[in-house]
Design a protein around this ligand. Structure first.
Ligand code: NI
Length: 227
């Protein structure tokens, strides 16, 4: 599933993020790339653990944890601490699939990357190029979203960031280990949850059909979840 999550950050949060990013100590982006992807990656990245990255990471994580659309779609078990990158004119990141397992920077173990996320932090009019191109079974999707919006996609996807030809593209990116490993099952649960919400708006939460379907949702989640 490819999902656009609008307005993850409020206008105030976006302004604060931009202030922090403007003075941030950008470094070469190859530090978090795998062996193959390091060859294809030309961008800048905030060093993990620097003060700006910690503050920005907390801001993004707080926003994710209150976003009902994100929580319904991703069913997160663990979220990798958000990273931040900057593609200046001439920068790009060629075709790659993200690493399957990533060690957490605090040394508490590893996460399996079920979902990849890019949260756009720059106004799309401020730069040319820099689309996130994602290949899936239905073809290639080119994604360039308003600042504060996020795209969520299966980490199994081949993807790239197209060359930036004017300005700079700034974004946060991270991975999610989901309670539901399989994308098909997770998508089905998301569709079911969204449909139950719509039905409840019309019929009310006390409707017997809504109560029954909500029970089915939780029992499917119980059957499939890996905690
Ligand atoms: Ni990637």
């Amino acid at each position: 599933m490819l999902l656009h999550v609008p307005k993850v950050l409020t206008a105030d949060e976006l302004a604060r993020a931009r202030r922090l990013l403007a003075d941030a100590p950008w470094a070469d982006g190859k530090v978090t790339a795998g062996h193959q992807s390091a060859l294809a990656k030309r961008n800048l990245q905030l060093p993990q653990g620097c003060e700006a990255a910690r503050e920005l990471g907390a801001l993004v994580t707080t926003a994710l944890n209150r976003n009902l659309l994100f929580l319904s779609a991703a069913l997160p078990a663990r979220i990798y601490p958000p990273l931040f990158n900057r593609y200046e004119t001439g920068n790009d990141f060629g075709n790659h699939v993200d690493n399957a397992v990533r060690q957490l920077p605090d040394g508490t173990g590893a996460i399996r990357t079920d979902l990849s996320a890019t949260l756009f932090l720059e106004d799309p009019d401020a730069y040319d190029g820099g689309e996130l191109s994602i290949d899936d079974t239905y073809g290639v999707h080119q994604v360039k979203l308003p600042a504060g919006d996020m795209i969520l996609y299966p980490s199994t996807s081949l993807h790239r960031v197209e060359p930036v030809s004017r300005g700079a593209r700034v974004a946060s990116f991270f991975w999610i280990q989901s309670l539901i490993r399989d994308d098909g099952r997770r998508t089905l649960l998301f569709d079911m949850d969204q449909s139950i919400q719509r039905a409840a708006e019309t019929l009310g939460h006390a409707d017997a059909g809504v109560i029954g379907l909500t029970g089915c949702y939780h029992n499917l989640l119980r059957m499939w979840a890996e905690v």
